[in-house]
Design a protein around this ligand. Structure first.
Ligand SMILES: *Cc1c(COP(=O)(O)O)cnc(C)c1O
Length: 424
């Protein structure tokens, strides 16, 4: 089924939605996407995401389904599982979680009873909602203690983690973050978990691609469970994976289905398989290294412009700009950058006194633009454009100049190679 005929069909049958999708394609082509959790999937991944497996019910697992006609979805799920196990050197994998939050929920359900205590990273210091935020089911069903970063280094406060573990005896410890620019020492978390007999879950949603290529240490050898999203640095379709040891396989599978999900999204599982093959290729390893190099170039440029970075820099694909020394809010800066065609997100910084809707920071990441082909010179230029906007928040002439530069960069790196649907 080529994209061509189906897109013509969509255009004719539903011009309204077709046109909205076309505009989204243009947005992805004509802006500089610095959202650290986003990426561009390849055309093969996109094709698999739009395939006929969306029609298939496949409750259960390969060889053990509740429906007939599953021979080909069994085949594709088996390929996905084999590839991801190879990529992360893991014993077992569940490739059905619809999202990272679902993956974490299944691990929580399989290891804790409601009311039990677990420990995760404070959301306002870089953790994730599903690590115990009071507004997420993880914080509603369980007693949560947290650890954060230290005030002086903005790096994980292991003293606090040790102290809280000793005091509260959590049954589970979650390590991993959504807005932490530094290498995570998984072995240290293993020590803490062992000292209180806790299970260790490493949530590597953000850094999965970097871990896959060995550009960030892997938590797989030291963790009981590893969860990650497939759509961030791993550059696959939206969704997630749970890796675990052999003896946890049954429980994990049971809590994904029938525990919290129904039928898997088999078109997405097919797209995951395609993305995992890409991630196993030498080209992906080179990509990971460029992601980190580009992030570091951007970080250094921003610092040369007098901007403060949380923890003073980055080891991975993202950085947090602390705008407090500029007396600006994350909200205002993110909106002004957006007007210039540079898309990022406002983000709280550790010990922020502003609300999550305002914040004192922005989070920037290199994965999407690195996929697009940008290199060191481009990231230096973008860092300076960001500096220009921040130094001239109310100057419309500067805004217009930056808009022009953004258009130039976007034109130099067309997304045509992605063959987004409207171009097929
Ligand atoms: C993005 C992220 C998730 C969840 O991803 P969704 O697919 O949006 O549910 C979970 N954990 C961490 C650390 C993340 O960064």
């Amino acid at each position: 089924m080529s994209g061509k005929s189906s897109n013509v069909l969509l255009k004719n049958s539903d011009p309204e939605v077709f046109d909205i999708i076309r505009k989204e394609n243009e947005r992805q082509e004509n802006t500089l996407i610095l959202i650290a959790s986003e990426n561009y999937v390849s055309q093969p991944v996109l094709e698999a995401s739009g395939c006929t497996m969306t029609n298939k019910y496949a409750e259960g697992y390969p060889g053990k389904r509740y429906y007939n006609g599953c021979q080909w979805v069994d085949a594709v799920e088996t390929v996905a599982i084999d590839r991801i196990k190879q990529l992360f050197k893991a014993d077992v994998a569940n490739v059905q979680p619809h999202s990272g939050t679902q993956a974490n929920m299944a691990v929580l359900l399989s290891t804790l009873s409601p009311g039990d205590c677990f420990m995760g990273m404070n959301l306002s210091h870089g953790g994730h909602l599903s690590h115990g935020s009071p507004v997420n089911i993880s914080g509603i069903y369980y007693k949560v203690v947290s650890y954060g970063v230290t005030k002086d280094t903005n790096r994980i406060d292991f003293d606090e983690a040790w102290k809280n573990a000793k005091e509260h005896k959590p049954k589970l410890i979650i390590c991993g973050a959504s807005a932490y620019p530094r290498t995570i020492d998984f072995a240290k978390f293993r020590e803490i978990a062992d000292s209180v007999g806790a299970v260790l879950l490493a949530d590597i949603a953000h850094i999965a691609g970097l871990v896959a290529t060995g550009d960030h240490p892997s938590p797989v050898p030291v963790s009981d469970y590893v969860t990650f999203t497939t759509h961030k640095t791993l550059r696959g379709p939206r969704g997630a994976v749970i890796l675990s040891k052999l003896d946890h396989e049954k429980a994990v599978n049971k809590f994904i289905f029938p525990g919290i999900q129904g039928g898997p999204l088999m078109h997405t599982v097919a797209a995951k398989a395609v993305a995992f093959k890409e991630a196993l290729s030498p080209g992906f390893s080179a990509y990971s290294k460029r992601v980190i190099a580009n992030a570091q170039t951007l970080a250094e440029t921003l610092q040369s412009r007098g901007l403060a970075l949380v923890s003073g820099g980055t080891d991975n694909h993202l950085m947090l700009v602390d705008l407090r020394n500029k007396n600006l809010t994350g909200r205002d800066v993110a909106n002004r950058l957006d007007a210039a065609g540079i898309t990022c997100n406002k983000n709280g910084v550790p010990f922020d006194d502003k609300s999550p809707m305002v914040t004192s920071g922005i989070r920037l990441g290199s994965p999407a633009l690195t996929t697009r082909g940008l290199g060191a010179d481009d990231f230096t230029r973008i860092g300076n454009l960001i500096g220009d906007i921040i130094d001239n928040m109310n100057d419309d002439a500067v805004l217009a100049r930056v808009q022009g530069a953004v258009a130039e960069i976007c034109a130099a790196y067309p997304t045509a190679f992605l063959r987004l649907p409207e171009r097929v």
